[in-house]
Design a binder for this molecule. Structure first.
Ligand code: GLA
Length: 721
């Protein structure tokens, strides 16, 4: 026994010594992130970029950029970590101790690097989980100490990365309610640029927790060195980009330290969320495809599984419905051919019925007046009509006009001695409080236990945190932003243990909560309350940089004056659904939509799981084009949107990507019945034409546009022998 232990010790020790001499190379198929032991036992990052052919070449690299730079000693820049010890000493010295690789399988490995302070009993572990084929690295940190009393952490980054380039170009995504994911690119200048959120809940209403960073030059879809990154955290985040006096860039990414000093108990492990990134030397398109593949395979709940098409009643009825009206709407869904009917807001509350957004939130019992026979009856009726039933909830929130508010005032985040600050007439429940967590879990669990046939949930979160104060946290108010998110994850984790398969759509007053921390528990997300298809092209385009098509819910609604065809063509590029009064469709519109759903069922595998290529950006031209190509390159779907024919005559062909140049493809336009814009059928009167892959990628396809300002085309592209 003793010999084995000694042998094991020697092995670990040998590993540590080896790691000290050799660089620590964290590799994926095409990239490498390299660390070394620098001057004075410090861990330094020497490289991140395209993998070198010869691993020995990394030994020549040097750098002064400390890997996870602490505050308090000689650091003059933004720190990764800052800790105040029991004796008041506000410094950390992180020395390299060891590194090891934990192998999960051929594709997934984790490199763990241990750093320790030589004067204080503090240990920081850096983790780099690599997904080899997808070129993805997940980076997080675990912080632990063994002092007598809690230490105070004021900074706790998930990741710190450094870069050396001539120029740095940042692409960020910002917006507001109804205006999600506006893309903006700018060159970073010396000093600090911060992208962050202090909103707590609905955290990315203004800034999304993701970005591209291009080195030297701006990256295009197909060229340039670029990093695509995001933080898996459904709360306050912060990305700091600091260009120093030597023009090197340090990126510090993690939870936002704003108002969040954390008192870490001895022995407790403080785990930061994962910062997830990929590097591409072939531009943004490849970076997106890396993220899509990783997300579907490893992150999104049931990422590689099926999704349900649905008919939602929000825009069709808002709060104005009753049992009979809903049952009528089921017929519409059935006629259309969708899988599921989704009942939205407005079904609950009795003392304070939810007939508008001013009352009832928190009281999750069916309103007797509207739904005298309850959810059970609705589920039965839907089933009898051959359609599944899904339901909207917003369990983290409360209206002051509710029984929940009256019964549990201490469950609500609100400041003592200050007036309540309402937004959409509601307040946020304190998810840091285990009693609130139990309430939220029980609410969903009881509903699902009573009605196990419920086939879908839409989980909403319609406001951010303001005047945030947790009665439960008492003196530790600065933990509120972090513990809220941890509480939310705890509930989702427990629900997912019991209901691992149930599809749940993540919604947050539109797309205010789209991040990969939450997407572990959700199958899809609502991108925006803005369903005008013209705006939607931009919104969906921007989400496509970071999220795969089967996660982005696109609904055809009555918003916008565009044709049903245009709306359908836009919704089809992701997870298609409807939120419209089907009974108001003309017979032609109904037939068109039925056919579109059938075509979608045939093509959804390619759209959801194919490789996505963005071909023409609506930010650059008055049109947009993107396509999905199946892995064996035998099937593709091409979406083209002409968004301003009046202003510009566009005749240049759209060059396709991702096809096999040696294959022959039949190109067939679909969704043509409702075009109604006077265009002749494409391809000189024929419904299809055969091209070589080489032709389609080099010469391109001429897209005929309609007469109006807005027209669109969808093409099914299939290999022919
Ligand atoms: C939010 C959602 C909408 C709808 C309403 C209901 O705004 O984004 O889709 O569910 O809430 O109140």
């Amino acid at each position: 026994m003793k010999t084995i232990l000694v042998f094991a010790f020697l092995l670990v020790f040998a590993g540590a010594v080896l790691a000290q001499e050799k660089p620590i190379v964290i590799e994926t198929k095409n990239t490498a992130l390299v660390y070394k032991q620098g001057f004075g036992n410090k861990l330094v990052q020497v490289y991140y970029g395209e993998k070198l052919k010869n691993a020995a070449d990394y030994e020549m690299m040097n750098s002064r950029n400390e890997a996870y730079k602490p505050a308090g000693l000689d650091n003059l820049n933004e720190p990764a970590i800052r800790m105040v010890h029991n004796d008041g000493n506000p410094s950390l010295a992180l020395n390299f101790v060891s590194s090891e690789v934990i192998v999960e399988n051929e594709n997934v490995k984790t490199t763990m690097i241990v750093l320790k302070d030589d004067q204080y009993p503090v240990e920081v572990k850096l983790f780099f989980k690599t997904y080899f084929n997808e070129d993805i690295i997940e980076n997080w940190t675990e912080i632990k100490h063994n002092e007598g009393k809690p230490v105070m952490l004021t900074n706790f980054a998930s990741s710190m990365l450094s870069f050396k380039a001539r120029e740095y170009w940042l692409t960020q995504f910002h917006g507001d309610w109804d205006k999600e994911m506006i893309m903006e690119e700018s060159q970073l200048t010396s000093g600090i640029k911060i992208i962050d959120s202090k909103l707590g809940t609905r955290a990315n209403k203004f800034q999304a927790p993701l970005f591209f960073l291009a080195m030297n030059n701006q990256a295009t879809e197909t060229t340039g060195d670029v990093i695509a990154a995001n933080l898996a955290w459904t709360g306050n985040f912060q990305f700091v980009f600091e260009i120093d006096e030597l023009n090197s860039l340090r990126l510090v990414a993690g939870m936002n330290p704003f108002a969040s000093e954390y008192y870490l108990k001895p022995g407790e492990v403080f785990k930061t969320p994962e910062f997830i990134f990929t590097f591409s030397s072939n531009g943004k398109g490849q970076a997106s495809r890396n993220i899509h593949q990783w997300a579907q395979k490893y992150r999104v709940l049931n990422g590689e599984g099926n999704r349900l098409t649905l008919l939602n009643n929000w825009e069709a009825t808002y709060f104005d419905f009753n049992e009979d009206r809903l049952v009528e709407l089921f017929d519409g869904g059935k006629k259309l051919g969708v899988d599921l009917f989704l009942l939205d807001d407005g079904w609950f509350g009795n003392k304070y019925p939810r007939s508008n957004d001013r009352a009832g939130l928190g009281d999750w019992q069916e309103t007797k007046e509207k739904l005298p026979h309850g959810i059970g009856y609705l589920v039965e009726q839907a089933e009898a009509k051959g359609i599944k039933f899904g339901i909207w909830i917003e369990p983290e929130m409360v209206n002051p006009k509710s029984e929940l508010y009256e019964q549990h005032p201490d469950w609500i985040l609100k400041l003592p001695n200050r007036p309540e600050n309402l937004s959409r007439n509601q307040l946020v429940l304190d998810m840091a409080n285990p009693e609130v967590q139990k309430f939220v879990y029980d609410m969903v669990d009881q509903m699902m236990t009573k009605h196990p046939q419920i086939g879908f949930i839409k989980w909403d979160c319609n406001r951010e945190m303001t005047n945030a104060y947790s009665a439960y946290l008492g003196e530790k108010q600065s933990h509120v932003y972090i513990e809220y998110v941890r509480g939310f994850y705890k509930v989702m984790e427990d629900l997912r243990t019991k209901y691992p398969e149930l599809p749940i759509m993540l919604c947050s007053g539109g797309g205010g909560r789209t991040d990969y921390g939450a997407m572990k528990y959700f199958t899809e997300f609502w991108a925006s309350d803005n369903t005008d298809p013209l705006n939607r092209i931009y919104i969906q385009w921007a989400y496509s940089y970071f999220f795969p098509a089967n996660t982005i819910c696109n609904h055809i609604t009555s918003m916008g004056k565009q044709s049903l065809k245009f709306k359908t063509d836009v919704a089809m590029m992701g997870k298609m659904g409807y939120d419209i009064r089907v009974e108001e469709f003309t017979p032609e519109e109904l037939a068109f939509s039925q056919q579109a759903l059938k075509d979608y069922a045939r093509l959804k595998e390619v759209i959801w799981f194919g490789d996505m290529y963005r071909l023409v950006s609506p930010y650059e031209e008055s049109r947009a084009a993107l396509m999905y190509v199946s892995e064996p390159k035998d099937k593709a779907v091409l979406f083209c949107y002409n968004i301003n024919a009046y202003r510009e005559k566009i005749t240049n062909p759209v060059k396709l990507q991702g096809l096999d140049p040696d294959k022959k493809y039949e190109v067939k336009e679909i969704n043509i019945q409702q075009r109604g814009d006077g265009r002749r059928p494409p391809f000189g009167g024929n419904s299809t034409r055969v091209y070589s892959g080489d032709y389609l990628m080099k010469a391109g396809l001429e897209i005929r546009v309609g007469r109006g300002d807005l027209s669109s085309n969808v093409y099914e592209i299939s290999e022919v022998q």
